[in-house]
Design a binder for this molecule. Structure first.
Ligand SMILES: [Zn+2]
Length: 187
């Protein structure tokens, strides 16, 4: 039974399951060597152990018998199965519903209604920006216009065009830049 470093594992005891307990005393930084030639540029002595090569507290290493290991594996499999039964993974339908919900939230955050409908407010929006924002309008930098969930009437110099998230957004729900640029040309 070899350790990864300079010092061999130190046998401590064997418990009632036959598990052998060892101490690994190697400093984790220098693997027990205390100083290494490759550190010549920064000072050869290990800063972690000060050159002793030893850990301040030994690391406990347990070596199980095959029999006890099999028991532990069986217990773990039992725990995993229980956890899975108590907390089953979401169904395909549920995953699709969640994905749809995410898209609707993205639409909403961009000024659309959850059914995808929306109203583009273009033209002289700057002097009307507060009223548009209060009406739920959200700025789309690709169209240089606002999208709002309903038409906001009575704004001077603002043109309102009906739109649809299905047509304007990508699959994730975000506005598609190319579609937005195309639309911007005809607003
Ligand atoms: Zn060290």
């Amino acid at each position: 039974m070899g350790a990864y470093g300079r010092y061999e594992l130190e046998y401590v005891r064997t418990d009632h399951n036959g598990t052998k307990i060892y101490h690994d005393n190697n400093c984790p930084h220098c693997a027990g060597y205390g100083s290494l030639e490759k550190w010549a540029y920064t000072g050869k002595v290990c800063f972690e152990c000060g050159g002793t090569g030893l850990r301040p507290n030994p690391k406990v290493v347990k070596i199980y018998t095959d029999e006890h290991r099999a028991k532990l594996d069986a217990k773990k499999a039992e725990r995993d199965a229980k956890r899975l039964a108590e907390n089953p993974p979401p169904s395909q339908d549920e995953l699709l519903a969640r994905a749809r919900e995410t898209v609707l939230n993205v639409w909403e955050s961009q000024g659309f209604n959850r059914d995808g409908s929306g109203f583009i407010h273009s033209g002289d929006t700057y002097p009307n920006r507060d009223a548009i924002y209060e009406g739920g309008g959200r700025w789309c930098r690709f169209m240089k216009a606002y999208i709002a969930p309903r038409p906001i009437d009575g704004l001077r110099g603002v043109k309102i065009t009906t739109t649809n998230a299905e047509a304007l957004c990508n699959q994730q729900g975000y506005i598609d830049i190319d579609k937005a640029f195309d639309l911007r040309g005809i607003l």
